[in-house]
Write a protein that binds this ligand. Structure first.
Ligand code: NAD
Length: 373
């Protein structure tokens, strides 16, 4: 058993003001957490009442999918290994056909957000339960949000049927995630929690989870950097990713997610690295408008009093050798005006009002990789 050592709160919650008017109505998944917990897979499938499970994975994770399939024996009806980023409609259709032909009554999504996304696309049509086994920190397994890409445009929606019924978090399965991807995936998760802290429909419970999630991930990622095979650090990161994903699934996101969606969707930038670069700049944009959220971020990162939350995040990413500039991800300077226009096209809520010049400035800083002020 791995003992999770989470740093304790340096101060009490009473220093913070709190929104006391809120609705707490949270759909639940069953969660099995712990190193080696994949051994409970058969029991969990039985508890779902499933007899024919289809295992989903990316082409890169076939070996793991085969291992999962062999644990299940006859209950596994096959492996569909063509999950790819952003769930193209063609692969969603093909996977649905395969599930139908094999008479699958359950989908097991083993992998990152791309594989979970494919499971969601099947569940949307066939209403079968998903058992998710996440191997990154993206958090899709905790959300009822799905996305399907058709003609180059990713459409997202929310449906309770796509929320995985069971999630097995086994940190041992994340040991193979390369360090660089672990860092950006972890910051991607922190971004969910950071924006959850100032969500319009936020509530004190989600804020507790968000702060704890940021703390666990920041601590876990720093330890991972020293030793990517440290199972205690892996456990801490996956625990943090669970909490951050939970926040993503239950409260609204704002400017940061909007910008990353724009940069990923329209400029084909990689998902987790884009989140990593943009986060300190988006947080800086909201620094004045969301003081309580900033206090919590700083506390979770154990930042000195004089630091801003944005600076503390920038420092974390720098210390972890994460990507700092959009230029390094392949964006070109002329793209910045276009990205600003796309991001502003659909109005959305953000604590700091959305203002064109300020967003353009934010993107320029993210492009250059300069420390946000
Ligand atoms: P991913 O699922 O695309 O995985 C990236 C690569 O890493 C893949 O090749 C995968 O096979 C490999 N990989 C995953 N785990 C591994 C491991 N343990 N060892 C070795 N290789 C491993 O990346 P992601 O960042 O997890 O997911 C990104 C996608 O998820 C995006 O399309 C994003 O929009 C979506 N997403 C959706 C939600 C939601 O709520 N719907 C939430 C977060 C992310």
């Amino acid at each position: 058993m791995v003992i999770l050592r989470i740093p304790t709160y340096p101060s009490t919650l009473s220093e913070y003001s709190m929104n006391t008017d809120f609705i707490y109505d949270i759909p639940q998944s069953r969660v099995i957490f712990g190193a080696g917990s994949i051994k409970f897979l058969q029991r969990e499938i039985e508890l779902l009442g499933a007899k024919k499970a289809l295992v989903l994975c990316t082409p890169e994770q076939v070996e793991l999918a085969e291992k999962i399939s062999s644990i299940l024996g006859d209950v596994s009806v096959g492996i569909y290994s063509k999950a790819v980023m952003h769930v193209p409609i063609e692969s969603a259709k093909e996977a649905r056909e395969v599930a139908k032909e094999l008479g699958a009554d359950c989908a097991i999504a083993v992998g990152g957000g791309s594989t979970t996304g494919l499971g969601k696309a099947i569940a949307l049509e066939y209403d079968l339960p998903i058992l998710a086994i996440p191997t990154t920190y993206a958090g899709s397994e905790m959300t009822p949000v799905y996305g399907i890409t058709e003609n180059g445009i990713k459409k997202t929606g929310k449906d309770p049927r796509v929320l995985p019924k069971t999630v097995i978090y086994d940190p041992e399965l994340t040991l193979t995630l390369p360090l660089e991807m672990s860092i950006t995936s972890g910051i991607n998760a922190i971004a969910h929690a950071a924006e959850g802290l100032y969500a319009q429909n936020g509530n004190p419970i989600m804020s507790l989870l968000a702060e704890e999630g940021i703390r666990a991930l920041a601590d876990g990622l720093r330890k991972l950097k020293n030793n990517a095979q440290d199972i205690e650090a892996r456990s801490l990161c996956l625990y943090g990713a669970w909490l951050c994903g939970y926040v993503l699934g239950n409260v609204g996101m704002a400017i940061h997610h909007k910008l990353c969606h724009t940069l990923g969707g329209s400029f084909n930038l990689p998902h987790a690295p884009t989140h990593t670069v943009v986060l300190p700049h988006a947080i800086s944009y909201n620094e004045k408008a969301a003081p309580e959220a900033m206090q919590r971020i700083k506390r979770a990162l154990n930042a000195p009093t004089e630091s801003t939350a944005a600076n503390a995040l920038f420092k974390l990413i720098k210390d972890l050798d994460g990507p700092l500039s959009l230029a390094s991800l392949g964006l070109t300077e002329p793209d910045l005006d276009k990205a600003t226009d796309i991001a502003l096209a659909n109005p959305y809520w953000n604590p700091e009002p959305i203002e064109k010049n300020a967003i353009r400035h934010l993107l320029q800083n993210a492009y250059n990789g300069t420390n946000p002020n």
